[in-house]
Design a binder for this molecule. Structure first.
Ligand code: ARG
Length: 457
């Protein structure tokens, strides 16, 4: 039988179950491109040291490109003994260019190689995630712009609290996601550190030019300590933490929209494109898209905490436990990307029932404004809060809206009430009064839209 890449010192055969247990190719093959790019750069560095001649380098680069082409076309023939993407590519390279292929791994280890591949791969993917995130923020901002006139109840404790603009709520989601955007951008310099040339753990004896390698691959810096370089996976943990937080934001938005889409609220309707039906109840239209986002958030947390458990307790440098970084990272990347795109689709296609939202505004939601009315007449807020509270109780006892208490009734509670108190009961005016930075007034909504558009640019 064929020898394993590392088979020299072995006489016994690998247990078949162990062979399968150890094999990571079925998932790490998605880094084939990063692996080929890393190897091409490394071959160039080897040529600079004199290990490869110019001619050998040319053959090797052509061979590596041919291997990459096979992956690209989906015709790479995976062999039983291909343990991971690194061994598979090297095996194929040697098939194509002969013993010269055996020079590629000079001074390199799969330990610096895999760390390099993961970082290169993630750097590319971060750009994709950023694109999806910006897409979602973009539709939230556009909807806010188009639906500035829609008023709705704002809730605390899921109890009607004060009137707001629907746009203000949409923009609140956008602000959370904007923080995620900042955080995502801040990850890149820590992902973009080059471990190539760290060897197995103790560095490179052929003095490969590590600055050259980093520049060649688009890294922004070089790992300054080889022990750290081969073992650091903080960038993966950090991305999974990032994803956990971002998913929490999507989950909160989903939960709001699920509630608002119930018949009891009826504020929004999801488009058919993002809903599904029931196999039994013909009338059902369920917000599965949003429920899946909410549900998948749990899995993203699980990936993150599971990987932290794998890291915890590891000794220094490379240990095979680190191979367990891939499946949770890939799953997290796929899940967060899909969730951002689905959320963008849901937001851009849902229908808003502005009348239903408006109808849910009740005069008692202006009780704070009633108290504020007296504040403007010089009464301390602690007293006005109490007076307004008694007005609410009175209206409740008489089973009528707060706005229909007579002036006499109000004056019975506080003589400072005058006829202009009726102006308090105007939802739009209440919103417009909240015109300090951060408020739901039209001007402040416009300000937010401008600021978010700038952050997206
Ligand atoms: N497939 C391995 C991983 O993902 C590559 C590194 C293997 N290194 C080793 N010394 N066995 O971590």
């Amino acid at each position: 039988t064929k020898q394993k890449l590392w088979g020299g010192r072995f006489t016994g055969k690998t247990d078949p179950l162990m062979h399968a247990y150890n094999q990571s190719l079925r998932y790490d093959q998605r880094m084939w491109d990063a692996d080929i790019r890393g190897s091409i750069a490394y071959a160039k560095a080897l040529q600079k040291t004199g290990i490869l001649t110019k001619d050998e380098l040319e053959k090797m680069v052509k061979g590596l490109q041919a291997v990459g082409e096979e992956w690209k076309q989906g015709i790479f023939d995976v062999k039983e003994d291909d343990e991971d993407i690194h061994t598979a590519n090297e095996r194929r390279l040697s098939e194509l260019i002969g013993p010269l292929g055996g020079k590629l791994h000079t001074g390199r280890s799969r330990n610096d190689q895999v760390a390099t591949d993961m970082r290169l791969w993630l750097l590319d993917e971060l750009k994709e995630v950023e694109k999806y995130l910006k897409g979602l923020i973009g539709v939230l901002v556009s909807r806010a712009e188009n639906e500035k006139d829609v008023l709705m109840p704002g809730y605390t404790h899921l109890q009607r609290a004060q009137p707001i603009r629907w746009a203000h709520l949409l923009l609140s989601y956008a602000w959370s996601l904007n923080s995620d955007l900042q955080r995502l951008r801040e990850l890149a310099p820590r992902v973009g550190v080059s471990p190539l040339g760290c060897g197995a753990l103790a560095g490179n004896p052929f003095l490969v030019d590590r600055d050259f390698l980093a520049a060649e691959l688009g890294f922004t810096s070089v790992a300054e300590n080889s022990l750290w370089g081969v073992s650091d996976r903080d960038f993966i943990a950090e991305f999974m933490m990032w994803a956990s937080l971002a998913m929490t934001h999507l989950s909160k938005m989903s939960e709001d929209l699920i509630v608002y889409s119930t018949a009891e609220f009826g504020f929004i309707r999801l488009s058919d494109a993002y809903s599904t039906g029931s196999s039994m109840m013909p009338q059902k239209k369920n917000p599965d898209s949003l429920e899946l986002i909410r549900g998948k958030t749990g899995r993203i947390f699980g990936n993150m905490s599971g990987f932290m458990m794998s890291l915890k307790g590891l000794p220094s440098t490379y240990n095979k436990d680190l191979q367990e970084d891939k499946e949770p990272l890939f799953d997290t990347l796929d899940t967060v990307s899909a969730s951002l795109r689905i959320a963008e689709g849901v937001i851009s296609t849902l229908d808003v029932d502005a009348d239903k939202m408006r109808a849910a505004l009740t005069p008692d939601m202006l009780a704070t404004d009633l108290a504020d009315y007296l504040v403007r007449k010089g009464v301390p807020f602690r007293e006005t809060h109490h007076i307004s509270g008694r007005a609410v109780a009175l209206a409740e006892a008489e089973k009528k809206p707060l706005s229909t208490l007579t002036l006499q009734q109000l004056q019975g509670l506080c003589p400072k009430f005058t006829a202009d108190v009726k102006d308090v009961f105007d939802f739009e005016a209440s919103i417009e009064r909240r015109d300090a930075i951060g408020g739901p007034s039209r001007r402040m909504v416009d300000r937010q839209i401008a600021a978010l558009r700038k952050a997206l640019a």
